[in-house]
Design a binder for this molecule. Sequence first.
Ligand SMILES: [Zn+2]
Length: 465
Amino acid sequence: MSDAASSALLDAHLERGQIDGLLTGYSTTFPHLMLSTLFAEHFGIVPSYGHAIQLGGATGFAMAMLAHHVVESGLARNVLVVAGENRLTGQSRDSAVQTLAQVGHPVYEVPLGATIPAYYGLVASRYMHDFGTTEQDFAALAVLMRSHACLHPGAQFREPITEADVLASKAVASPLKLLDCCPVSDGGAAFVVSRDATSPHSVRVLGTAQAHTHQHVSAAPSLTQFGAAASTRAALDSAKRRLADVDYAAIYDSFTITITILLEEIGLAPRGAAGRLAREGHFSRSGPTPLNTHGGLLSYGHCGVGGAMAHLVEAHLQMTGRAGARQAGERHLALLHGDGGVLSSHVSLVLELDWTEGGDGITYQRCGHCAHVWYFRREFCPSCGESSPPRLQSAGTGVLHALTRVFRAPSEALRVHAPYSIGLVDLDEGVRVMAHVRDDARIGDRVRAEYVTFGDRRIPSFCKE
Ligand SMILES: [Zn+2]
């Protein structure tokens, strides 16, 4: 946990003394009544707000959501969110299975010898019955996650697998086999949620929501419709975005059935089609909606609360163009969804960024009331005063309106870049933006935005279309 927290502070350009909020999850191998203050003392921070949260697999995103609202309310300025445990080496395998099975009912379910895979096996059997999903369809998701993990040096499993490997793997709780299940892992994850952007690599929490339909699988209102659709719809509504705007997905994948259901209930795949879309490359790095490009719980690993937090870390890296060999082009709007228990607790997050916040994108605003459009971010419409106007992502194309060449840079750090060209571009959406311009573009040319590193920033640089 300390290693992850130190890395998060470094990435956020913050010192320990600047952290005034702390949220932690729970640990099955190191249970403690007061994990947040225990960690604060150990790590050497003195927060003015802090506590631990328990929401099963949804805990990491629930902490991100709470941290967002804590900084928005002014309770704290910089909230450190951290979790981790040695689930693999800190206990025996039987102990891990038994501990996790306790999300079942202690009187009516656990005595039957049910395990977590068994709870999900029940869900999978009904899902296959209703939608015609096959074991091979489930396998396609496991293969996809492994293909992504192959490129992550920190992934637990990096050997490529095939659908045949998944189908031939050891039965765990039918129809789920070993490779349909996430492993038990050691690990940790951390991030900082701040009131203001503190580093050039910040992304913005744009929308959040939760839905909780049941605790026990026996009490679930449906085995095909959980709270995922309601939760993501509410998060997108609060972000004033549509599902079609999402260009990166981080979806909980404790089992292949979990990610299949979540993708299909949320609407990122039609019912019964998640496996086929995975096979066709829809969720690959070069596809329209890259999914869990670190390998997910299924192959990157599942260390408990930190497991889903790794999904958020990867979304952050992708959006800020720092995923290295795994980079999936430019990603501006991410949908994150986690579930806890047996698809019982749902938490959704919508993250967005533009170049002013460290990402590769240009956002503008359009008033829903008077249709006025403008560029500089405001919490109100400068034409009619309407509050909370939505932010929209520009396609990054337009016409070059004016151009200058800078020979004398403003600082020592930027002098190495001189000379460089700055232009005003009239974007097709109807707003004028200032940006860099490639040497061969002239006034009146159609231009398109690319993103380059300038000093310690990512900035838009337009080239001829
Ligand atoms: Zn207006």
